[in-house]
Design a protein around this ligand. Sequence first.
Ligand code: PLP
Length: 357
Amino acid sequence: MPKKLFIPGPTEVRKEVLEAMAHPVIGHRSKEFQNLHNEVSGKLQKLMHTKNPVFLSGSSALGVMEACARNTVREGKKVLSLVCGAFSEKWAKIFQSNGKESVSVEVEWGKAIKPEMVKKALEKDSFDAVCLTHNETSSGVTNPLEDIAHVLKDYPDTLFLVDAVSSLAGIPVEVDEWGIDVCLASTQKALATPPGLAIFSVSPKAIKRAAEVRNRGTYFDFLQFLKYWKKGQTISTGPISQIFALDKELDIIFKEGLKERFSRHKKMAEMVKNWAGKNFQDFAEPSFSSLTLTTVKNTKNLDIKKVNEELEKRDKVISGGYGKLKDVTFRISHMGEIYPEDIKELLKDLDEILKLK
Ligand SMILES: *Cc1c(COP(=O)(O)O)cnc(C)c1O
């Protein structure tokens, strides 16, 4: 029996979406691909509330983060990385490994980045870009994106780069309204599509900046992405089967309705957080706790490997902690194609397993 995935990526994929991948492979320079590309990119623009082009990348999200490092910061300039966990920390590391200077604003893991902190950092120094992880998948914190975006509005020369990997399609993301220059996500989280594909929107401002940056490389050059996007194509052979799958999942998302989808995530989050509060503790700072996953403080010192052995007998799996939170937390994902009935069943199983101890 396949196990139902309550892990924060890759997440459950619907049968129809898996089946969409069985579509005969088509040429990546064919008219048929062009139609598929434009269809999917258009649906993503709708999902992200943007007029900016949305590019399809045959990579995971990390690849697009590398693209940001190569395209958005000029020689001798700096990036501001907002760090509140293991995923946001990747922003700083990826810029540094691409030879760009990164300054971090860091909060204790479990806490959210506050707009005042960003304001203070921007008043002190000048940056070509600011990087934010919308939903920090290690600590289970959702940063106040809209409020931080508001601060950035006073700094028109600073690009705003947002990792929406574990938020997009689970909680609202308004790219144009919030002035996000690059918004990126991979498909295997709240987008509930098999891994191997990442998507990202790029503003005209970010394209203009890229043109001023030397050594953008070949695979992740924003200007090349734009050139091919205009033709309804990808730069090189893309993950065509995954794009068919994403097209299908986007239809499922719009059929459910964005508002309904967001409130379903909220409902599942309430169920899990309620359970976590009764038995353990939510690791995230109150009022910033994520609606797409819950990071639970492991106050009972449970052996999550053993819990999962029991859960696997019931065809389910949850996740341990991530990075330096590995031993002190565990995580229950409630994003994408997981429904309140699934959560109800999971929590019942977990209660049963807790009694076994
Ligand atoms: C999973 C995750 C990533 C990494 O995504 P990949 O597609 O595996 O590269 C980055 N950021 C966040 C917030 C994530 O949850």
